[in-house]
Design a binder for this molecule. Structure first.
Ligand SMILES: NC(=O)c1ccc[n+]([C@@H]2O[C@H](COP(=O)([O-])OP(=O)(O)OC[C@H]3O[C@@H](n4cnc5c(N)ncnc54)[C@H](OP(=O)(O)O)[C@@H]3O)[C@@H](O)[C@H]2O)c1
Length: 281
């Protein structure tokens, strides 16, 4: 939906701007990026005719990158995989919920180890979906096998984001197999650049991150996550991969500020669904 907005830089400002925006699920995508505005009035504009004022949309966060949601299932002790890499933690209701989220986003992002260990297809299968989101694999050394489903399954486009450390022959093979390969830097992939590029080049407005723990950590650490949906499943591993797996914060002061949006019990009656929004990355 294209809407015409009257914007002002702060609530008290008397300077208004008139610009064109895309509005999706209350998320406002500006044509000029990088500033936070307060939306004081919004006029629906269809075929250059103004129709409605929407008073409830009095403020909105203007994004210059996609909205990022991490969705994961963890044991009671916060592990998303055991020490052997076993990670089947979701009940059928939780799987369906995950696929509903898959169906609602523009891209699904995972780390290389998740592809290597789980070989996911990353398509919405347990729900009706009008499109398959782009699959984005962060794989700095291009370690995922050519036989991975994200490569061989053609139901959705796949972008593999890598670095100059990647084997050039393998890069060429992947491109021949129809995969887009983005060589984005010398050593580590800058995840903010990836999100910016997805936003600008592919029109991606919402990204679902499906782990694993290391990718979750890198995104959290960079302040790039907006929401975390975690299912606590009734198991304990005692060791293995944590939901967020990285060098860690020394105290709570350095970490992100999370606000609980909702807490629900799963339909199975034995799992808890936590939904947190991140207020400060
Ligand atoms: N229960 C669940 O909901 C769930 C969901 C997903 C995954 N999992 C489990 O989680 C485990 C995998 O998690 P993980 O933490 O080991 O790995 P991961 O996050 O899937 O992948 C980490 C790897 O991705 C690459 N990577 C990540 N960020 C990068 C960056 N900025 N630049 C370059 N490369 C980057 C790195 O590869 P290099 O080391 O080669 O640089 C890194 O080692 C699996 O066992 C899987 O089953 C569970």
């Amino acid at each position: 939906m294209i809407v015409k907005c009257c914007l002002k830089p702060t609530p008290s400002s008397s300077n208004y701007t008139n610009q064109w925006f895309n509005v999706t699920n209350n998320q406002v995508i500006p044509q000029s990026l990088g500033k936070t505005y307060c939306i004081s009035a919004m006029l629906l504009d269809i075929n250059n005719t103004r129709y409605f004022i929407i008073p409830q949309l009095t403020s909105a966060k203007i994004m210059n990158r996609p909205y990022v949601i991490i969705v994961s299932a963890a044991t009671l002790d916060g592990r998303i995989a055991s020490k052997t890499g076993y990670s089947r933690l979701s009940c059928p209701f939780d799987l369906k919920r995950l696929h509903e989220v898959r169906a609602s986003v523009d891209a699904i992002m995972v780390g290389a180890n998740t592809v290597i260990n789980d070989d996911p297809t990353l398509t919405p299968r347990y729900v009706k979906a009008i499109k398959n989101p782009i699959r984005v694999v962060i794989d700095g050394k291009l370690r995922i096998p050519l036989t991975a489903k994200v490569v061989t399954n053609k139901e959705a486009p796949t972008i593999i984001v890598t670095t100059e450390q990647a084997d050039r022959n393998k890069t060429a093979q992947l491109i021949n197999m129809g995969v887009e390969v983005w060589v984005m830097s010398k050593e580590r992939v800058n995840l903010r650049d990836v999100l910016d590029r997805l936003f600008m080049e592919k029109g991606v407005k919402k990204v679902l991150v499906e782990g694993g723990g290391r990718l979750n950590w890198e995104l959290i650490k960079e302040g790039l996550v907006d929401e975390v949906r975690l299912t606590i499943s009734p198991y304990v591993f005692g060791a293995g991969t944590s939901f967020i797996e990285g060098e860690g914060y020394p105290t709570t002061m350095e970490g992100p500020r999370l606000r609980l949006k909702s807490v629900n019990m799963c339909e199975c009656g034995n799992e808890v669904l936590l939904d947190y929004v991140i207020e400060k990355g």
